[in-house]
Write a protein that binds this ligand. Structure first.
Ligand SMILES: *[C@@H]1O[C@H](CO)[C@@H](O)[C@H](O)[C@H]1NC(C)=O
Ligand SMILES: *[C@@H]1O[C@H](CO)[C@@H](O)[C@H](O)[C@H]1NC(C)=O
Ligand SMILES: *[C@@H]1O[C@H](CO)[C@@H](O)[C@H](O)[C@H]1NC(C)=O
Ligand SMILES: *[C@@H]1O[C@H](CO)[C@@H](O)[C@H](O)[C@H]1NC(C)=O
Ligand SMILES: *[C@@H]1O[C@H](CO)[C@@H](O)[C@H](O)[C@H]1NC(C)=O
Ligand SMILES: *[C@@H]1O[C@H](CO)[C@@H](O)[C@H](O)[C@H]1NC(C)=O
Ligand SMILES: *[C@@H]1O[C@H](CO)[C@@H](O)[C@H](O)[C@H]1NC(C)=O
Ligand SMILES: *[C@@H]1O[C@H](CO)[C@@H](O)[C@H](O)[C@H]1NC(C)=O
Ligand SMILES: *[C@@H]1O[C@H](CO)[C@@H](O)[C@H](O)[C@H]1NC(C)=O
Ligand SMILES: *[C@@H]1O[C@H](CO)[C@@H](O)[C@H](O)[C@H]1NC(C)=O
Ligand SMILES: *[C@@H]1O[C@H](CO)[C@@H](O)[C@H](O)[C@H]1NC(C)=O
Ligand SMILES: *[C@@H]1O[C@H](CO)[C@@H](O)[C@H](O)[C@H]1NC(C)=O
Length: 476
């Protein structure tokens, strides 16, 4: 008994000692790098909670099984922040050279520090560059946002020997801006046999999760949403490079993800309102290069061999699923939940070589360019795939006025007693940019707006409660 108690005490003391040894932000970038380099294989750079570390250039992992994390592994805003301040630098942490198996990035925040006034830095990399010629790396409980470059988190393919990255429980975004070619991805996955799960991606502006083939990977239970920006694609399987043969999505499984297009932020009529940010997801799930690239630059190459099932979509989109130039895909039992609508106006770049894409619809398929697909929808699906031109669907533009966004996320219109009660079995509604209004707008009570704020402040109280608990635990 005594021995056991003593060993518990010893490990408690060791744990305290370890957490007291965090490296403070008075150590500059070169000093942090020296610790990593001198620490060698298995070294953990433990940063101090609530501190901001301004980086003048990227930190490089230099040996196998190294870790960068915050002491105590917090998951909230007390995670240490690496903030890129270096002139013309984009990437904060780099673990792609050979010999970096088992690299870990845990429980920290990466602030890419792209200013509101700045255009994207086109030459550089993502906030986080992992993968490369390595296996068994982990990125978890990391918040990555405001990248100066093209992605919040890039898992690279290396020389096609990248395997088995685990990317989980991260909160990602905002990433990029929603004006032309200033977009950035949430997660860009090009490492094979990887697991991307339980991540929250909010306000990425290019793809929420872009799957570059990444054969045999699993992308599961991620939540992708927009709040203040428009996202081009929720989950993209449109890039036929770099994995070979072109379009190799063999056994890549995309399942049980939740994709939320924009919801109304203002009271409009009974079923739809306006979104102050004109925020939508243009394509919930995009499959096949032509869905994306209106110039058909990949010729007859097709996205090939993936499985997309049991994903759920809700909110405002131009297209729920857009499907072209693909083969041997299984696209099964993906469903719309809550309220949805599909809208968007033809933008100036919508017509290429006399081809104009179909107007917004829930499920668009270009039967002329697909081969051997296994397609199924839930038995009770309100929507079916429509055959039409699915080319360059990112050209649609969200309207800048009008009640097109459905209600959701606890913000609802409240019909007055005199209004006709709408049958809302599952709540699916559909409009299009060219849809004409048939029913007059109804006056909605402000009380629903108030209830949304009530819900928010309740969440805040719970958050504060947990914060106190955390402090108490540390004191004990
Ligand atoms: C990390 O590696 C890059 C490329 O080799 C180098 O330019 C940079 O200076 C390194 N970072 C640090 C902090 O030394
Ligand atoms: C920024 O860095 C890129 C390479 O990463 C380089 O091509 C470019 O010239 C640099 N720009 C400036 C202004 O130094
Ligand atoms: C994949 O990586 C994880 C995390 O490092 C590890 O736990 C797991 O054993 C690896 N799987 C294989 C098959 O090597
Ligand atoms: C899905 O992810 C959320 C975090 O976003 C997590 O809380 C939940 O437990 C996950 N569900 C499953 C079945 O793993
Ligand atoms: C796709 O890539 C994987 C990993 O490199 C490879 O094993 C597989 O054979 C490729 N698929 C096809 C259809 O060639
Ligand atoms: C939307 O914009 C209006 C007018 O500027 C403002 O009153 C309202 O608070 C905004 N709503 C949100 C959710 O930001
Ligand atoms: C497939 O794409 C590759 C890479 O862009 C291109 O070189 C090749 O010509 C394309 N093949 C066909 C048949 O379109
Ligand atoms: C279809 O999807 C729904 C909702 O995600 C799920 O409850 C159901 O189990 C799925 N059915 C099959 C056969 O996988
Ligand atoms: C259309 O494409 C041109 C470049 O070809 C670009 O400058 C312009 O911003 C695009 N417009 C929109 C609305 O995306
Ligand atoms: C789909 O529509 C195209 C015309 O846009 C037509 O050529 C083709 O036969 C249609 N395919 C199916 C399966 O309906
Ligand atoms: C769907 O919209 C209606 C108003 O048209 C609202 O009453 C209902 O709560 C919304 N459903 C969800 C799941 O938010
Ligand atoms: C609400 O507004 C939208 C867009 O203007 C219109 O399509 C819809 O019919 C309107 N609904 C009601 C109930 O007035």
């Amino acid at each position: 008994m005594r021995l056991i108690n003593a060993s518990i005490l010893t490990s408690a003391i060791l744990a305290i000692t370890a957490s007291a040894a965090c490296t403070p932000n008075t150590v500059d970038t070169a000093g942090l790098q020296k610790l990593i380099t001198d620490g060698g294989a298995g070294y953990t750079l433990q940063l101090c909670s609530s501190q901001i570390y301004e980086l003048s250039e990227q930190l490089n992992y230099t040996a196998a099984n190294q870790e960068i994390s915050t002491e105590g592994y917090p998951t909230d805003d007390t995670r240490a922040t690496l903030k890129m301040v270096g002139f013309n630098k984009t990437t904060s942490v780099m673990a792609q050279d050979a010999g970096l198996n088992g690299a870990k990035l845990k429980n920290i925040q990466i602030d890419g520090n792209r200013l509101d006034s700045e255009d994207i830095y086109t030459a550089g990399g993502a906030n986080i560059e992992f993968g490369g010629q390595n296996q068994n790396q982990i990125v978890e409980y990391v918040k990555s946002y405001d990248p100066r470059g093209w992605s919040c988190l890039h898992l690279a393919e290396g020389t096609f020997n990248c395997l088995n990255i685990t990317v989980q429980n991260n909160d990602i975004g905002p990433c990029g801006r929603d004006y032309f070619q200033n977009w950035a991805d949430g997660i860009s996955l090009s490492c094979a046999d990887s697991l991307v799960q339980n991540n929250q991606i909010v306000d990425a502006t290019d793809g929420g999760i872009v799957v570059f083939g990444a054969p045999s990977s699993i992308i599961r239970n991620n939540t992708i949403s927009v709040k203040t920006r428009t996202m081009l694609g929720g989950i993209n399987m449109v890039d036929v490079l770099p994995w070979l043969p072109e379009g190799n999505f063999s056994n890549t499984l995309v399942e049980e993800n939740n994709i939320f297009g924009g919801f109304s932020t203002e009271l409009g009529n009974q079923t739809f309102g306006f979104n102050n940010f004109s925020s939508i997801i243009k394509i919930g799930i995009a499959i096949g290069p032509n869905v994306w690239f209106s110039d058909e630059r990949y010729g007859t190459n097709k996205s090939t061999g993936g499985i997309i099932k049991n994903n759920k979509l809700s909110g405002g989109f131009s297209f729920g699923i857009g499907l072209s130039s693909s083969k041997d895909f299984q696209i099964l039992n993906n469903s719309f939940i809550g309220n949805v609508s599909f809208f968007g106006e033809y933008g100036p770049n919508c017509t290429t070589n006399d081809k104009t894409p179909n107007q917004p619809v829930p499920l668009l398929i270009d039967y002329n360019s697909v081969e051997n697909l296994n397609l199924s929808l839930p038995d009770n699906s309100k929507f079916q795939f429509k055959n039409g031109t699915a080319l360059g669907l990112t050209c649609f533009l969200p309207p800048t006025s009008g009640n097109f966004w459905p209600y959701g996320e606890g913000f609802n219109s409240v019909p007055s007693p005199t209004d006709q009660v709408s049958t809302n079995d599952g709540g699916a509604s559909q409009t299009s940019g060219s849809g004409t209004s048939t029913s007059p707008a109804t006056t909605s009570s402000q009380s629903s707006g108030a209830s949304r704020f009530a819900e928010r402040s309740q969440k805040m109280i719970i958050g504060i409660g947990l914060g106190l608990l955390g402090v108490l635990l540390i004191i004990i």
